[in-house]
Design a protein around this ligand. Structure first.
Ligand code: TXA
Ligand code: MG
Length: 331
């Protein structure tokens, strides 16, 4: 087979971890450019968190509305808490336990954080990712990196470098390839003020684990017009094709053009006439989370499939976070 020159050229901005790749990424970031960064949750579109030009570029590349604030990523807890005002003891406790990892804390911001990062809100979202490539980049850069998920606004979050490439194309000069994301769902977002902690987004750390450490966590009820966490609009994580949520496996129609985002081993699966992506045949929620976005993307891209189907997962642990995304993806 002859090599396809367009394909080689296309893949040029995807590079694996090396000292040169990190230096190149840091150079681009210092110039106010954006870089694709792997994290343990999903891939991020990273830019200098303290440079308004870089922040504007992130919004532009993602086609994200300016009312939706960004998460600032840090190499360690000390760096994260340094940009927050009146850090409560609960935040420190959560940081000690879950950082580095898939938890984002929303705290009162210090003056130095640009308004563009927080959409003018008095609070800022902070996270310390554990992925070794994110860690290497943050340490080499030496400051906070703003990084939303590296998809166009409202679409499926990318969990590998090629998915970033497919979503954002040439708009990103460099995408660091850190392999498939181990967690596969975005971080859990928790608002900490004087009152009870408030869950703004279910995510990679099950809320039960947070409650075991700091006591009851209040659940935010999504409001379409003025959401407390602006990113939590009702329609999000959306495939191009319609996704139908049904209550039981028996309600997934056995049609050739149906794409089933399956979980576990329901009896009707064996005779199903459509295309199956099983996110965890053994019924494991962590495995399901890790495969979720990739499976949805694959069904969306499969030419045989016209409609996607899914049944909500067990409503505990990461199942809650997956269901929240399924509901939004179904609109
Ligand atoms: O796992 C993750 O969190 C990934 C990786 C790349 O770190 N990032 C991510 O970013 O999911 P993004 O921008 O797709 O989602 C950030 C969420 C949005 O729902 C946003 O509205 C919310 O965090 N958020 C950010 N700052 C906030 C603030 N000050 N108050 C309330 N919500 C905030
Ligand atoms: Mg996102």
């Amino acid at each position: 087979m002859k090599p396809d020159p367009t394909r080689v050229a296309q893949a040029n901005n995807v590079v694996s971890l090396s000292p040169e790749a990190i230096s190149r990424a840091v150079e681009l970031l210092r110039q106010g450019q954006v870089v694709g960064m792997p994290t343990e949750t999903v891939y991020g579109l990273a830019g200098d968190g303290l440079n308004p030009t870089a922040l504007a570029r992130i919004f532009e590349v993602k086609q994200r509305p300016f009312f939706d604030p960004l998460i600032l990523h840090f190499a360690d807890e000390a760096g994260a808490f340094a940009v927050a005002e009146n850090v409560p003891e609960t935040a420190r406790e959560l940081g000690r336990r879950f950082w580095p990892g898939p938890l984002t804390l929303v705290l009162r911001k210090k003056e130095m954080v640009p308004d563009l990062a927080t959409s003018g809100m008095p609070s800022v979202a902070l996270r310390v990712p554990s992925h070794p490539v994110a860690q290497a980049l943050l340490r080499a850069f030496g400051g906070p990196l703003a990084a939303p998920s590296a998809n166009r606004f409202g679409r499926i979050s990318p969990t590998d470098a090629q998915a970033v490439r497919a979503e954002l194309g040439d708009a990103v000069p460099l995408i660091l390839d850190g392999g498939p994301c181990a967690v596969g769902l975005e971080s859990t977002v928790l608002l900490l003020s004087e009152r009870q902690p408030l869950l703004l987004r279910a995510g990679g750390i099950p809320v039960e684990e947070i409650e075991a450490l700091v006591g009851p966590v209040q659940r935010a009820t999504p409001v379409e017009d003025r959401p407390l966490s602006p990113g939590q609009l009702k329609h999000h994580y959306a495939p191009r094709k319609p996704l139908r949520l049904v209550r039981h496996a028996s309600e997934v129609p056995s049609q050739a053009d149906a794409g089933w985002l399956a979980f576990g081993n329901p009896p009707t699966l064996a005779s199903f006439a459509g295309v199956v992506e099983n996110i965890s045949p053994g019924g494991d929620l962590r495995e399901a989370a890790a495969n979720f976005f990739r499976a949805m993307r694959q069904l969306d891209e499969n030419e045989r499939v016209t409609t996607l189907y899914a049944v909500p997962l067990p409503a505990w642990g990461l199942g809650l976070a997956i269901n929240e995304r399924l509901e939004r993806a179904a609109g």
